[in-house]
Design a binder for this molecule. Structure first.
Ligand code: ATP
Ligand code: MG
Length: 312
């Protein structure tokens, strides 16, 4: 077995003169969920298309299971599954038929196909509309079928390009949990999304790209530690927040101050710990009574925005 499930080295992809992917390198371990994030137009889908042999890279190298994707495209293709961002389905066949056809296309034997389809109809809650044609489905229902279909065949590596777009909260959670279950069984997943809660829920490692360039790559916790300089400091008072503003303002300096509740002051700062000590001292000097204090870590959304803005 090769060292990495995916190994990408200095990948470049141009569309004519336009550079969509500009020298990206990363490795993905087996049995992990690799989150590939970035703003619209960052180059995520383009990268996925190269990794899944749909596009030829302009330069650089990509290996999947240790096999070069250009030289061994067929072999690689056999072992991977792809759910692309754009819808791809046959409009005039029923959901049930579509699942069966897809299994057939991948050479899944009859009995196994029927078992799989039954499980997927159940798991992805397709029962109610399994007899309908794809064209007659809602957007979220279509997406569910499109993702479910990819589980008709066995894969070692699954690419999911924004699989949860259009899914309701229950369907989204079901999908994430279904993916997790397969990852525990050894599947490797390459995942893109714009929903940061999904990133924290699912991903073991995260790469953030912007304008075709790699901006950061780490575990979710690692990224938070590295880029999460700003923390929210909250002080709950026995009295009103308004009455202590004259004490808080000079200590907070230029930091943003909010009053999220009548009795609470929130300050966002790079030096939350230091500020906390100074504030408690100042409040105590003025005999202000404090109910509770908390310093909250940044959200992953804040981390993402910091990384793509290029400010460290
Ligand atoms: N076929 C194409 N021809 C020319 N330019 C393209 C083509 N496909 C994509 N691009 C450009 O390449 C860049 C990267 O596109 P890509 O689809 O990879 O972005 P993305 O990160 O997947 O964005 P999104 O979050 O919106 O899905 C964009 O600027 C896009 O306009
Ligand atoms: Mg995309």
């Amino acid at each position: 077995m090769a060292d990495y499930c995916i190994s990408v080295s200095d990948l470049r992809m141009n569309y004519g003169n336009f550079v969509a992917v500009d020298g990206v390198s990363f490795n993905v371990d087996y049995g992990r969920v690799f989150g590939f994030l970035g703003p619209n137009g960052a180059g995520k889908t383009t990268t996925i298309k190269v990794l899944t042999t749909l596009l030829h890279p302009t330069s650089g190298s990509v290996s999947i299971f240790g096999k070069d994707v250009v030289k061994h495209a067929k072999e690689v293709k056999k072992r991977i599954g792809v759910v692309l961002q754009e819808p791809s389905f046959e409009g005039n066949v029923t959901v049930e038929k579509a699942l069966d056809l897809y299994g057939m296309m991948w050479g899944v034997p009859g009995e196994k196909r029927r078992d799989r389809a039954r499980e997927l109809v159940d798991r992805f809650d397709l029962q109610e509309f399994k007899g309908k044609k794809n064209d007659e489905l809602s957007i979220g229902q279509r997406r569910r079928v499109q993702v479910a279909r990819e589980f008709m065949h066995d894969t070692d590596l699954l690419f999911l390009d924004e699989p949860t777009v259009g899914l309701d909260p229950a369907a989204r959670r079901m999908l994430l949990d279904y993916v997790k279950k397969h990852v525990h069984g050894g599947l490797t997943v390459f995942f893109t999304t714009h929903i940061m809660e999904e990133v924290e829920y699912l991903c073991d490692e995260i790469a953030i790209i912007n304008k075709g360039r790699m901006m950061a790559i780490d575990t979710p916790a690692g990224l938070k530690q590295r880029y999460g300089g700003i923390k929210a400091l909250e002080i709950k008072l026995k009295g009103t927040a308004q009455s202590v503003m004259d004490i808080v303002r000079p200590v907070a300096g230029g930091s943003a101050i909010e009053i999220p509740a009548e009795d609470t002051v929130r300050i966002s700062s790079q030096n939350a710990q230091e500020l906390l000590v100074k504030l408690i001292e100042a409040l105590a000097r003025n005999s202000v009574q404090i109910e509770s204090v908390s310093v909250n870590p940044p959200t992953f959304e804040e981390v993402f925005l910091t990384v793509v803005s290029g400010k460290d």
